[in-house]
Design a protein around this ligand. Structure first.
Ligand SMILES: NC(=O)c1ccc[n+]([C@@H]2O[C@H](COP(=O)([O-])OP(=O)(O)OC[C@H]3O[C@@H](n4cnc5c(N)ncnc54)[C@H](O)[C@@H]3O)[C@@H](O)[C@H]2O)c1
Length: 291
């Protein structure tokens, strides 16, 4: 059977990592009736994800019927991949972990299964660097923001990604309620994220210098740009540990990144103040609306 035909027959999507993003992807990829395999090393993340998906569904206007979310420990990964046309890795933003997971997925997934990385700052080209994969042409990046509220997804291949798979992703993402954009070059931070990285960095620098508090900076930002949230509110939603990992990666990859934003962020992370997910970040969570 040719890969394209096999991909059509495989109807599920597998999501590896059931954290902030994984649960949102589980909702999106199951929102048009197809099943999702959700795999995580932490059972409590799987339980929380199923609850989150139920909440998204209760709030959703989609009425086509939802697919089933099947949760698994990593030991069941190989089995979960057998009926998946796509697997998306959504594990924490650490290159060594991404590379380990990529090798594992390439070894276990059927030849025609597309392997996507949701990494915010490591391009699939960077993840593949030094790896010997069986089928690297089926690897691409598929980076989301905050679905279902923000449906943008950026699809970016590496030098040897099969272009037809980019087309498949663009089409199927649109069918599942995403707004897909093709990033045509290898771009660290895709298109939007590199712009957002600069905004975060400068906001953190201003706060670290004492020019304004996070609350004041958010108020100015909202007032001038007429946005619903400011950069500190948004960083709290993303997770300050994730923001720090991403900033450290930009600093390692480029020579022009100041240290103060990372040092300022580290003080919050060391105290366990990770943002919304820990109940405390730049804001204390019930206070967000009144900040
Ligand atoms: N948070 C965001 O807004 C956001 C947006 C877009 C992309 N991303 C990217 O998505 C990825 C995940 O981010 P997140 O915010 O969802 O992280 P998270 O920390 O909320 O979740 C990561 C999950 O991966 C699980 N995990 C860790 N190692 C694993 C393994 N070996 N096998 C299976 N599960 C494992 C953890 O238990 C956890 O549930 C990162 O690459 C990040 O850059 C995040």
């Amino acid at each position: 059977m040719c890969p394209a035909m096999a991909r059509t027959i495989r109807s599920a999507v597998a999501v590896l990592g059931a954290g902030s993003q994984g649960r949102r992807l589980a909702y999106m990829w199951s929102s048009r009736g197809k099943d999702v395999h959700l795999i995580d090393a932490a059972p409590r993340q799987l339980t929380a994800s199923v609850e989150a998906v139920q909440k998204f569904r209760a709030e959703s206007k989609a009425s086509d019927g939802f697919g089933t979310i099947r949760t698994h420990a990593p030991s069941a990964l190989a089995e979960a991949l057998q009926d998946s046309w796509l697997v998306v890795e959504c594990v924490p933003e650490r290159l060594s972990l991404k590379q380990q997971v990529m090798s594992e997925l390439d070894g276990l997934a059927p030849e025609d299964t597309i392997i996507a990385s949701n990494s915010s700052s490591y391009s699939c080209k960077e993840i593949l660097d030094g790896l010997e994969l069986r089928h690297s042409t089926r690897v691409l990046s598929a980076h989301t923001y905050w679905p279902p509220e923000t449906t943008v997804i950026e699809i970016m291949g590496h030098d040897n990604t099969d272009p037809s798979l980019v087309e498949v992703m663009m089409m199927r993402c649109a069918e599942h309620g995403f707004s897909p954009f093709h990033v045509r070059t290898d771009s660290m931070g895709y298109i939007y994220n590199r712009i957002w990285a600069a905004i975060k960095r400068e906001a953190l620098l201003a706060a670290s210098e004492g020019a304004g508090t996070p609350q004041e900076i958010d108020s100015i930002f909202r007032g001038v740009l007429q946005t619903a949230k400011g950069p500190f509110e948004l960083m709290d939603i993303v997770g300050l540990d994730v923001v720090l990992d991403i900033e450290q990666h930009y600093a390692a990859a480029r020579g022009d990144i100041p240290m103060q934003p990372q040092q300022y962020l580290s003080r919050f992370v060391q105290k366990g103040h990770l943002g919304v997910k820990s109940g405390q970040g730049f804001y204390t969570y019930s206070d967000l609306a009144s900040a």
